[in-house]
Design a protein around this ligand. Structure first.
Ligand code: ADP
Ligand code: MG
Length: 577
């Protein structure tokens, strides 16, 4: 527990002097607010009941003092409002950067398990709640503590018995606040859940709108939606009821306190002279100072809870260690030949899952063009993911040019390997920026050359803004084949000695496949290439074909040799033709 507490406060460190200034201003603001009723008392009691010949001068004097205090109070409160929020926002921004950087380093196995939506809410909502706590927490505690202690002390000196009488009401208020806090939180959480359900229903119905219409099931969807909508309404009614009950019970007790003070105060003015009229007025002015902190207990404890939960969720991710990291003496790869070797490699995705690869050994010579075929789910993609260490083998070793990949600096390892996959991901931005993803230092000319190699130049020039056309939501929509050509241009630019083509043409129509095949052949020239393909016609010219099944690599050889063997490959081939 100590380490997280230390970590929680460590984010104040860069802003410590500013933070202390804000706290001091918060103190000044509260202190000045406390002085006002005292000045009213001074005027009504000492000035107006004293020597009236000098009274006017004194009234002006006190008035002047009040103006100065108002200025001090509001200037320091401006500082608290502005700079205090700024500190919170800065801390939040620091944490967000730290969290994002950390997420970038987490291995793929983390993203296999986590939903992107949930991760996004960590980066936004959770940290927002935390920043509220970071600055409002200390400020509010300071403010209410000063007011409460100050008001109590002043009242006690004015009239101890009446102060103690008022004080006796406070525990009831406190208990009431705590009781309702629980109830309100429950109601508010239920609201959040219900609005979540409404959103989920909208998303479901709208994303499936084609099916809704083709089955003419609009009324079914409307029915489902109205049910969720009604449930949300019900929970809101519940919340409002709880809120109304809370605020009005509270108000009742406050009014009871006021009545007590008025009645007993007036009575004691009549019966004896321990209290006078100005004392009574002062009393009434100060009561709210004692009650407000208790009224705010509810809000403050919610703020604390939400902030602490936000911090725990933040730490949950920060505590995950990037399991795939550079070893302490990682080697930066020099220019390599491109030899790949698997020695007795075993792999499974998670401890309890079946192993995907078992004792697999394999050697690919520099510049070799090797095809990997086999039934879907055999582990072809998995095998290729181990080379750049997207995942680490459970057992056995993988070497590039004779160096164990675990001893190679990750960045320099991944620079050696280019992937062309079935699903292409393009980032928001222009065509130019997307190709430059292959090499951030590339010049425009190099990018255009890469696009030409990838057979992409012509269609890019036909886009409304050529290389500056925006891609994605608000930009041009590209066909599958066009996207694939951009991803190939990217790899041309990267120029890696090892190339992995994983079902790169599987999703394409015959026409695009032809164009892309020719640019892939050009890309493969001079590189060690592993090609995975479902359509065996795509790989029949490969120098060597490896057949991977759940029993490992069961056959290898050229297309003709494997057909002659009449085994698994021949069987797969016969099915396709
Ligand atoms: P192939 O590429 O030969 O079709 P894969 O390498 O994609 O096969 O998958 C091999 C096995 O590993 C399959 O049983 C698949 O369900 C499983 N698998 C693939 N990716 C993951 C993952 N990220 N997490 C857990 N299991 C996975
Ligand atoms: Mg695959």
């Amino acid at each position: 527990m100590r380490a997280p507490v230390h970590k929680f406060f460590s984010y104040y460190k860069p802003y410590l002097s500013l933070f202390i200034t804000v706290l001091a201003c918060s103190f000044i603001t509260s202190f000045v607010t406390l002085v006002f009723p005292l000045l009213v008392r001074y005027i009504t009691k000492d000035v107006l009941e004293g020597d009236l010949s000098t009274a006017l001068g004194e009234v002006y004097w006190v008035g002047g003092l009040m103006l100065v205090l108002v200025a001090i109070q509001n200037i320091s409160n401006y500082f608290v409002d502005y700079r205090g929020h700024e500190i919170g926002a800065r801390m939040e921004s620091d944490m967000r950067s730290e969290l994002f950087a950390h997420m970038q380093k987490l291995p793929l196995s983390f993203y296999d398990k986590e939903k992107t939506g949930r991760l996004m809410s960590r980066i936004t909502n959770d940290l927002l709640l935390l920043s509220e706590l970071y600055h409002h927490g200390p400020e509010d505690y300071m403010k209410y503590l000063v007011r409460f202690v100050g008001a109590f002390t002043i009242l006690f000196f004015i009239n101890a018995p009446l102060t103690i009488a008022v004080f006796c009401f406070l525990p009831f208020l406190g208990l009431l606040a705590l009781y309702f806090n629980k109830m309100l939180n429950k109601a508010i959480n239920k609201n959040k859940e219900r609005i979540g359900d409404v959103n989920a229903q909208v998303e479901d119905s709208l994303s499936g709108i084609r099916d809704v219409k083709s089955f003419a099931n609009e009324s079914v969807e409307i029915g489902k939606f109205n049910k969720e909508n009604a449930r949300f309404l019900e929970s809101r009614k519940h919340t409002y009821k709880a809120e109304a009950l809370f605020y009005n019970s509270f108000e009742t007790i406050i009014q009871l306190i006021t009545i007590t003070v008025v009645i007993f105060g007036s009575a004691s003015i009549v019966v004896n002279t321990t209290l006078d009229l100005s004392d009574l007025i002062t009393f009434l002015l100060y009561i709210s100072f004692m009650i407000e902190p208790i009224q705010r207990l509810n809000h403050m404890s919610t703020q604390l809870q939400e902030g602490v939960t936000g911090f725990q969720r933040f730490m949950e991710i920060m505590n995950l260690k990037p399991s795939i990291e550079n070893s302490s003496n990682a080697i930066i790869l020099p220019e390599i030949q491109g030899e790949i070797e698997f020695r007795q490699v075993s792999f499974c995705y998670e401890e309890h899952l079946d192993s995907v690869l078992q004792n697999l050994s394999l050697r690919i010579k520099p510049g070799e063009y090797v095809a990997l075929v086999g039934p879907s789910g055999a582990g072809k993609t998995t095998l290729c993911s181990l080379i750049p260490r997207f995942y680490d083998a459970i057992d056995g070793e993988i070497f590039i040019d004779g160096i164990n990949v675990r001893n190679i600096d990750l960045e320099s390892l991944r620079k050696q390997i280019g992937f062309v996959l079935q699903d292409v991901f393009l980032f928001a931005g222009t065509v130019m920026e997307n190709i430059r993803y292959g090499d951030q230092a590339a010049s425009d000319e190099e990018i255009i050359a890469a696009a030409k190699h990838a057979n992409a130049h012509d269609f890019i020039m036909n886009l409304p803004n050529g290389y500056d056309s925006e891609i994605g939501q608000r930009g041009v929509k590209l066909s599958g084949g066009q996207k694939q050509r951009l991803s190939i241009a990217r790899v041309f630019l990267k120029n890696p000695p090892i190339l992995i083509l994983d079902e790169a043409t599987s999703a394409l129509d015959n026409e695009s496949e032809k164009i892309i095949k020719s640019s892939l052949e050009l890309l493969a020239k001079g590189r060690t290439t592993i090609i995975i393909a479902h359509r065996l016609s795509t790989i029949r010219h490969a120098g060597r074909i490896l057949v991977l099944t759940e029993d490992g690599i069961v056959e290898q050889g050229t297309h003709d040799a494997l057909l002659a063997r009449d085994g698994v490959y021949a069987n797969l081939y016969a099915k396709q033709f």
